[in-house]
Design a protein. Sequence first.
Length: 466
Amino acid sequence: MSILPRRMRFYSARDIERLPQLQSLTPDDRLAMRVVAHVFPFRVNNYVVEDLIDWGNVPDDPLFRLTFPQRGMLDPLDFERLSEAVQSEAPAEEVAAIVGGIRFGLNPHPAGQMQENVPSIHGDPVPGLQHKYRDSVLIFPSHGQTCHAYCTYCFRWPQFAGMDGFKFATDKTRCFLTYLREHDEVTDVLITGGDPMIMSAARLAEYVEPLLGAGFEHIQSIRIGTKSVAYWPYRFVSDGDADDVLRLFERVVAADKHLALMAHYSHWRELSTPVAREAIRRIRSTGAEVRTQGPIVRHINDDPGVWARMWKEQVRLGCIPYYMFVERNTGANHYFSVPLYRAWRVYRGAWQRLSGLGRTARGPVMSAYPGKVLVEGVAEVHGERVFVLSMIQSRLADQVRRPFFARFDPDAVWLTDLVPAFGKDRFPFEREVEYRFTAHRHDGGSRSRKRRSPARVSTRQQDEDA
Ligand SMILES: *Cc1c(COP(=O)(O)O)cnc(C)c1O
Ligand code: SF4
């Protein structure tokens, strides 16, 4: 298939009044976008604007909602305050103060939390690395900390908004390699970001190639977390070094490692263009697998039909559905979040329509402080309605896949909103009551919600996965 090369153009808040596609909206709607773009990072590119968004269906179009700022992302009072300042062209410091205040209230995670799970060598932290579960390590390459477009629901918004203390990346010493060489319990390396595929092939190779050589025999698989296959598939098709990327992938496979692109998809429409399909075909031709994951998000994909169609389409194209995530509670989560109960119904509704090949998709999954918690479902036990949950990844190996129960709550959106069922005072992963009541005041969870119980579950959600 021949795909014409395309030059990438980024659009940001400055372009809201200039983009021709936005001129059919009212001035008031454009103002709302500019206001919200003061708080949340906004970036989109010409492929998303011209080929993915259906402008005949704006503002409801899911790809529009995925990338363009929405008025509802801000609390109405915050919105009014900021809108007035922007409209009256208030001094920059005044606007910045309002923006800072709003951001602070959006649970951006205090800086210290970014350092959680950072391993050390002889007492010195290894920058850009997270080691939470025994077998796998996350690498955040310093050159891969941005994306081809920003998702409105992204939990890394403080980093992209340039907030102090939220940068997290490898440094020049590249001591992550020393760490990985010394830790032969690690079998999986996950390269994440931002989006590592924003890097040139040569840069990416600096992170990948060393792992193919002597001293890293214990590394069995390399995963690259990326949204580029959806946001800029030309990365694998016609960009100047697209072929170099494919050759790099081939070298990984030739070195007897499993290479997986963990491709972030939010909607089946992202798979519908010829270049999107060609990108998948070319990646797979190298021997790399494409595994797919994404969060369930209100206004974008909270519909079983959308997930069923997306997973089916992925299977047809040779991809392997992997995770349906629950949206973390940070940023505009009040606007995007889907209650756990509803997320489970959407998952189940979609799953019912799949053959076994699509049923590799696990979810809804919360990547929370104690581990990756799966909502298995809702059941009734002796007249009590409960959530059945289990951990599919945990800091404590013996907790994995051990069912546990929480009181049913149709409004709960995160693990921190749940309380143990059957009168228990803690979940099995909460070893110490003290642990449960102290610290972690910054948990998202109940920012705008009242807890049902005085017990506070210590389950922060700062952990990363791309
Ligand atoms: C999800 C995740 C992993 C990988 O877990 P798998 O179960 O192998 O997909 C590793 N580290 C962190 C922090 C994660 O959130
Ligand atoms: S890090 Fe992932 S979720 Fe966040 S903006 Fe980039 S692609 Fe979207």
